[in-house]
Design a protein around this ligand. Structure first.
Ligand SMILES: *Cc1c(COP(=O)(O)O)cnc(C)c1O
Ligand SMILES: [Zn+2]
Length: 374
């Protein structure tokens, strides 16, 4: 049976309801029958919709897509180790958020919704705005006024209505929640359809490793849209009997804002309040992740752990990546700082996969400051 299922009280709701959270206030997940036919998949175009039977869309006529996905998985030397990097900064909107946006906005179209509200530190808002533009859906995006100009410009240029909010990321979320009283909340952190899209990350890695599972997956985590998506993706493959184990997920946070790292380290059963410090990793500076407990449980379930990285570490990782020809944004470099730290502390022979999440082109000013004027 296909349904929404509450992550806390296990209430279920039909998938055609215009709902983004449970009556009890908790976030929802999606339960449906996933199919993964390798022969069919291989006969299709190389984009994320080749896994369509594993995505919760009723009718492919509702698809909102730029034929995105199937990003390269590059074999790279990082400090004398081989690490496979998934180039998710090559999506149409410049970040992996297109994975979630394509599925979520397709569902919005399927539900016949004409206007949505979203809030974001930038990249998710840009992705949702671009896909809404493609579908002709009206879109209000709430962003912290302090986000990178490139991201704000991108949202605005797509025809979305931009609401820059003074204050921090949480103030922005509050303003969006208010607006969502009257409109569908296409939130990338709340809405479970978004996470069904990001799970294609794992399907692609699985296929690109010739139907193999990495030992270790090193991912950034703020709201956990990529991390939880990747986890759900490998869980799907495990349930289908296609793989025998999950990869160990190493989750990277910035020291400037590390509530999940702190919860894990101190073995807390809640997400602690943290004060956010200045960080160049704006995309993962999430003080109150909506799905915090889910993220903690996912990382524990696959035998992984958390790493936190400092501003100098992010900066030198960014410089190293730029010098290797990868023009990424500082948030994406935080993941690579995590990879470097992991390699330093773990000298074993593992198949490691990591990701470059966002393009540097939207954050020119910051990259310039960090790399050139050093
Ligand atoms: C959104 C984003 C992240 C982190 O994703 P979460 O869903 O918040 O965990 C990392 N890097 C970039 C470039 C992003 O846009
Ligand atoms: Zn509930």
């Amino acid at each position: 049976m296909s349904c929404f299922i509450c992550s806390t009280c296990y209430s279920t709701f039909p998938l055609d309801e215009k709902r983004w959270r449970c009556e009890c206030g908790s976030c929802l997940d999606i339960d449906f029958e996933v199919d993964f036919d390798k022969r069919k998949i291989k006969s299709r175009k190389q984009n994320m919709w080749r896994y369509r039977e594993a995505l919760p869309l009723e009718n492919m006529d509702n698809l909102v897509s730029f034929e995105e996905g199937f990003t390269p998985l590059i074999r790279e030397h990082v400090n004398d180790h081989i690490v496979y990097l998934k180039l998710d900064y090559l999506f149409p909107s410049g970040s992996f958020k297109d994975r979630g946006a394509s599925v979520l906005v397709s569902k919005v179209k399927e539900l016949g919704i004409k206007k949505i509200v979203e809030d974001s530190s930038g990249n998710a808002g840009a992705a949702i705005a671009n896909y809404c533009a493609r579908a002709g859906i009206e879109c209000d995006v709430y962003v912290p006024a302090s986000s990178s100009y490139g991201k704000l410009d991108q949202i605005f240029s797509s025809g979305a209505t931009l609401f820059p909010i003074k204050g921090n990321r949480e103030d922005t979320a509050i303003a969006a929640l208010e607006a969502a009283q009257d409109n569908y909340y296409a939130s990338h952190s709340w809405n479970p359809f978004f996470f069904q899209g990001t799970k294609t990350f794992s399907f692609e890695v699985y296929e690109q490793l010739r139907w193999g599972v990495p030992d270790t997956l090193i991912l950034p985590v703020g709201n956990g849209t990529l991390l939880l998506g990747a986890y759900i993706g490998f869980k799907d493959l495990l349930k289908l009997g296609l793989v025998e184990r999950l990869p160990k997920i190493i989750a990277v946070q910035t020291k400037g804002c590390a509530p999940l790292y702190t919860a894990f380290k101190e073995k807390l059963l809640y997400i602690p309040h943290v004060t956010r410090k200045e960080t160049v990793a704006e995309g993962i500076a999430i003080a109150e992740p909506v799905r915090g407990m889910q993220i903690l449980n996912a990382v524990k379930d696959c035998g992984g752990f958390f790493i936190s990285v400092s501003e100098p570490e992010i900066k030198s990782a960014l410089k190293m990546m730029c010098r290797s020809g990868y023009y990424i944004e500082p948030t994406a470099a935080a993941t690579i700082a995590g990879v470097l730290k992991y390699l330093d502390q773990n000298k074993m022979d593992e198949l490691i996969v990591s990701v470059l999440t966002g393009s540097g082109l939207k954050t020119n000013d910051k990259v310039q400051q960090l790399v050139l004027f050093d």
